[in-house]
Ligand binder design. Structure first.
Ligand code: GDP
Length: 181
């Protein structure tokens, strides 16, 4: 089954987004304690695709050894999973580009696995501010690469972005779906 993985810094809103996408409240437990989700979780969606919930990276309160372990778990999965169609990297839309996300993206590009960015928590910003933040982010990304990744947005609070993300996934379900289709 084609798989789509979701990853991001702890507290970026990944569990909330996964619950929004699947319309299941309890699919990915929203963490009262950030950094709680440490394992890879797999879900089958409509018998059509696999959703992979990767552990959050970069949570300051877990020890260095554990951070390394989480990083290795993500790296091994992404690098070795043949049926992985896309990795969605979640980014908090309110924050300026964070070094840890930049590092992760640079590493991800070395794997040649398709990926896209999802800016989360868009309800927290007005439309002008959101647009400006995304433009700033693109500028940062553009310093290191000629082609920018696809960018999607989401809000688990008002539900925006859900349809676009599901469409993005649906477009990549066919075996011969061209990257960037
Ligand atoms: P995770 O650690 O990445 O799985 O993040 P969670 O989904 O557990 O969310 C972390 C915190 O951000 C929680 O307090 C959520 O209620 C909040 N949150 C998540 N998504 C959104 C969103 O779209 N909008 C707003 N305003 N808050 C969100």
């Amino acid at each position: 089954m084609p798989e789509f993985a979701f990853v991001g810094r702890s507290n970026v809103g990944k569990s909330s987004l996964l619950n929004l996408l699947t319309h299941r409240r309890d699919l990915a437990k929203v963490s009262a304690t950030p950094g709680k989700t440490r394992l890879l979780n797999f879900f089958h969606i409509n018998g059509e695709w696999g959703l992979v919930d990767l552990p959050g990276y970069g949570y300051a309160k877990v020890g260095k050894g554990q951070r390394l372990e989480i990083g290795q778990m993500i790296a091994r999965f992404v690098a070795e999973r043949a049926n992985l169609r896309c990795v969605f990297v979640l980014i908090d839309c309110r924050l300026p580009p964070q070094p840890i996300d930049q590092e992760f993206l640079q590493w991800l590009e070395t794997t040649a696995v398709p990926f896209a960015l999802i800016f989360t928590k868009t309800d927290k910003l007005g439309p002008m501010r959101l647009k400006a933040n995304i433009e700033d982010y693109k500028k940062t990304l553009g310093k290191r690469r000629a082609v920018l990744p696809d960018i999607l947005t989401s809000s688990a609070h008002d539900g925006s972005g859900r349809a676009e993300i599901l469409r993005y996934i649906a477009a990549r379900l066919e075996p011969d779906a061209a990257p960037g289709a």
